[in-house]
Design a protein around this ligand. Sequence first.
Ligand SMILES: [Zn+2]
Length: 285
Amino acid sequence: MLRLLVVGDLHANLSAIQQIVRAAATAPSDMTPDAVILTGDFAAHDARLPAAVASRIQRGVVRATESLWCGLQVPILCVPGNHDRPDLWGVGGCLQSIDTLGGRQPAMVKGYRVIGVGGSWRFGGLPYEWEDSEGFEKALEDRWPASDDVPEVLLFHAPPAEAGVDRVVSGECVGSRALRNIALRRRPRLVICGHIHEGIGPGVLGGEIPVFNAGLAGVPLIPPFMLRQRNTEKPRRLRVPGSFFSMHMIEESESQYDVVAMCNLGRGWIRQHLVFESRRGWRVE
Ligand SMILES: [Zn+2]
């Protein structure tokens, strides 16, 4: 069995990290994760700032972020997001980058190989961007270890296309074709991503691979935001004013995945339980 604490885009929200680390550190022992998985976008890059100023700010965010996470005594695996400089994140401190695109190695957690890909397709002006092309897909695959019988978890910053976790407010689906193709060929046990905050929650790739977008752990949500709960018979819409913190405990066992989604709306943690079964998809318990 594999248990992962998954936290999405923190965007320099140190208060969110403090609350999440505290909740994780005081969780009952049967909720202790084998590893923490951070999907990137630790920083909140402002492309209008002079490069030297942006760099100084990002280095400060690295130091503060590392010092908060270091309190947890479990491996902390991450990929840098498009807001993050890949040379600054997960190198040398308690956060470990597994971004194969950036030349890092996959990690092993309890017999599972965790392969990472940081950055996102081009928005323009952000520190870690790539072209979502066949060339990119090929370059990525060349860097990955050969497929074998080891069960795998893929950790992407950007969501794969057509997995139900990439729809932005305008209604457009913006997921990566390259990441989708490579994941479908690789057939991992689970895909974890972030980046598209509105896409938070569970999805499915190719009809059977569970995908989870850890979404927006640290973004102060102004104006009020709609958290869509997909794959339920009657979708519930929850308006979330002000600050919102979230984390997800994902437990993999045999053919089932249990996700405990924990959201803090500023008035304590709310829990929701989701289950994924192969061929049946996700359901809310
Ligand atoms: Zn992002």
